[in-house]
Design a protein around this ligand. Structure first.
Ligand code: HEM
Ligand SMILES: *[C@@H]1O[C@H](CO)[C@@H](O)[C@H](O)[C@H]1NC(C)=O
Ligand SMILES: *[C@@H]1O[C@H](CO)[C@@H](O)[C@H](O)[C@H]1NC(C)=O
Ligand SMILES: *[C@@H]1O[C@H](CO)[C@@H](O)[C@H](O)[C@H]1NC(C)=O
Ligand SMILES: *[C@@H]1O[C@H](CO)[C@@H](O)[C@H](O)[C@H]1NC(C)=O
Length: 329
């Protein structure tokens, strides 16, 4: 039984009567204000202690929200463990041995189930956690209001995750097409890519740039020479270096700031797909703009995150509120 049958009833009625089918039922900034007033506090405190234990977890948590939203919408599907009836997203190639932070989500969910049982969706936990991670890693300007009221999906798809998540080896046009198919434009792509101002990537995700770019037998000519040397020493040209880590932003790898863009302007993007943003006039001019105007980045990043957080959301009576983010009820 849901926490507030009256509210749910009126929301459902409103959705049925007022909104035409293509418009999804709106999310609401105050969705849990009466049903789970301690929600923000619990999320912030848990994310804070997770970061105090492991700085990188801020990046990992932010990435979870992106990987959830791009596959079946922001419905918590990424969090589901494989079952006998479906193979989920955790073992899809962009996530396997890569996506991390699931234990933090479990801790938050367990705390919330005590404070306000069967009330807060796992999909909403992911979007709040992403906001808190950026805020804690970036400071007061990197904060935005998060609309809430998503519900959790009841299935997950490994093949959808393989097909729909962008790969660092794809050309810019392909990545742009994936974003466009989710209702995100070029500006959103440039802004959301700014998330690579924190966190790490495994050597295999950029190694061809270091030794054999585009099968040329040579390094990527667009990669800064001194960064190239450093990366070649972290990632020697042999298979056993594949899972070694390099920071996506070598300047301030745990600070959420606009240095992702200043790096790209000075040919110091880590992934080929990052540096590709400088190979197109439209994206390059946006990159240059955000490299100069940190405040604009902080403001516009939040707006694009809210857009991403709206992809394919379930609201009203659709989906469910999972009790355990790893399994459907
Ligand atoms: C534009 C297309 C994108 C591509 C091709 C891409 C690709 C990647 C790759 C290959 C990694 C390293 C994974 C590993 O080595 O295990 C990574 C890490 C990361 N990505 Fe992206 N990404 C993209 C967009 C995004 C977006 C939109 C966000 C969030 C809004 C994001 C957030 C992150 C973060 C924070 C990390 C570091 C995670 C950690 O340290 O645990 N990425 N990405
Ligand atoms: C909120 O939760 C924390 C622990 O998670 C607890 O210490 C605090 O008393 C709670 N506050 C309210 C108003 O329930
Ligand atoms: C601390 O971080 C490490 C590395 O991510 C992790 O294995 C461990 O479970 C974390 N401990 C706590 C208490 O969160
Ligand atoms: C880019 O997209 C095209 C058209 O969908 C596809 O044929 C091609 O294989 C993609 N390239 C890469 C590297 O994924
Ligand atoms: C970028 O702009 C320059 C000059 O405005 C033009 O010569 C060039 O063809 C453009 N490149 C692309 C990829 O559109």
């Amino acid at each position: 039984m849901d926490q507030n049958p009256y509210k749910l009833f009126f929301v459902a009625l409103f959705c049925l009567l007022i909104l035409s089918p293509p418009v999804s039922c709106q999310l609401d900034y105050k969705f849990y204000d009466s049903t789970c007033p301690n929600l923000t506090y619990i999320v912030r405190k848990t994310v804070w202690s997770a970061i105090a234990n492991d700085t990188r977890i801020a990046a990992s948590l932010l990435r979870l929200h992106f990987h959830d939203c791009f596959v079946n919408g922001c419905d918590g599907s990424l969090l589901l463990d494989d079952t006998t009836t479906f193979t989920g997203e955790k073992n899809a190639s962009p996530n396997k041995d890569s996506a991390r932070g699931f234990e933090v989500i479990d801790t938050i969910k367990a705390t919330l189930e005590k404070a306000c049982p069967s009330t807060v969706s796992c999909a909403d936990i992911l979007t709040l956690v992403a906001r808190e991670a950026v805020y804690l890693a970036g400071g007061q300007y990197f904060f935005w209001a998060v609309p809430l009221g998503r519900r959790d999906g009841t299935t997950a798809s490994q093949s959808a995750a393989n097909d729909q998540l962008p790969s660092p080896f794809e050309p810019l046009e392909n990545i742009t097409a994936k974003f466009t198919s989710k209702g995100l434009d070029i500006k959103d792509l440039v802004l959301l890519s700014g998330a690579h101002t924190i966190g790490f990537a495994q050597c295999f995700t950029f190694k061809p740039r270091l030794f054999d770019f585009a099968k040329s037998g040579k390094p990527d000519p667009t990669l800064d020479g001194s960064l190239l040397q450093k990366l070649q020493s972290v990632c020697p040209n042999q298979a056993d270096s594949d899972t070694k880590l390099a920071p996506l932003d070598p300047v301030t790898s745990d600070k959420f700031d606009n240095s992702y863009y200043t790096n790209l302007v000075s040919n110091s993007g880590l992934l080929q797909s990052d540096q590709a943003l400088m190979g197109n006039n439209k994206t390059a001019s946006l990159v240059t703009y955000y490299s100069k105007f940190s405040y604009s980045f902080s403001r516009d990043f939040g707006a694009s995150m809210v857009k991403m957080a709206n992809i394919g959301v379930l609201t009203g009576q659709t989906g469910e509120i999972r009790k355990n983010c790893r399994v459907v009820n």
